[in-house]
Ligand binder design. Structure first.
Ligand code: UP5
Ligand code: MG
Length: 198
């Protein structure tokens, strides 16, 4: 993909920070296409005859990061499909929940396309835990239980926050406080994007 044609924002934040919730609103407001890496992995996990299904299920339940070859291939083919459907070479993508590890960030920007910046939803762990346990009552997500949540938090702190720090050193992070209610977070997000996207 050419960076002249394709705009990518990485949307990062801890488990339950509200990435998906805010992306949905951004799609409606700005016409982005929303690609959640986690959603793509869950869809691949459930695809009949997927050679990766069992592996993905295990990684997600343990809050571990699936090898990037799988995730990048899913993201790239989803991007290609969206562009083909729109019969255009131009597109704007929110890549939600990826990259979660430094080597994934470097590889994606090298092999696919550089991101314009990172939208980082910052939320205290206690609030994220409250949201996930609450969602777990109805979500059916195999990782919305106390034990998986604890593992997801550990991976986030140890492995994924360094990605945010890396982009921060390059002045490429737009940080939004994701603690308030969704409407308020969205107002703050729009204000930040207005500065960056014009
Ligand atoms: N909610 C949202 N915003 C709220 C607000 N402001 N106030 C109060 N409540 C709010 O929201 C979570 C819940 O909180 C919902 O009930 C919502 O209504 C409420 P959501 O918008 O879904 O938050 P999100 O940040 O998207 O949380 P999610 O659980 O999706 O985050 P994760 O990052 O944990 O999940 P993801 O799907 O990205 O990844 C899952 C797993 O896949 C990973 O743990 C990993 O094992 C694997 N994975 C990879 O290996 N590689 C990847 O690249 C990506 C994922
Ligand atoms: Mg999500």
């Amino acid at each position: 993909f050419s960076a002249d044609d394709v705009t990518v924002l990485f949307v990062l934040g801890g488990p339950g920070a509200g990435k998906g919730t805010q992306c949905e609103r951004l799609v409606a407001r700005y016409g982005f296409s929303h690609l959640s890496a986690g959603d793509l992995l869950r869809a691949e996990q459930n695809r009949p005859n997927s050679e990766f299904g069992d592996m993905i299920r295990q990684y997600i339940r343990d809050g571990l990061i699936v090898p990037m070859e799988v995730t990048i291939a899913l993201l790239e083919s989803a991007m290609r499909e969206i562009l083909e459907k729109s019969s255009s070479t131009k597109g704007k993508f929110l890549i939600d929940g990826f990259p979660r590890k430094l080597d994934q960030a470097v590889k994606f920007e090298e092999a696919v396309v550089p991101a314009k910046f990172v939208l980082f939803f910052d939320c205290p762990e206690a609030e994220m835990e409250r949201r996930l346990l609450n969602r777990g009552k109805t979500s059916g997500r195999e990782d919305d239980n106390a034990e998986s949540i604890r593992k997801r938090f550990r991976t986030f702190v140890d492995t994924s926050m360094p990605v945010v720090d890396y982009f921060e050193t390059q002045g490429r992070v737009v940080r939004v406080d994701a603690t308030p209610e969704p409407d308020q977070v969205f107002v703050a997000t729009q204000a930040e994007l207005a500065k960056r996207l014009g």
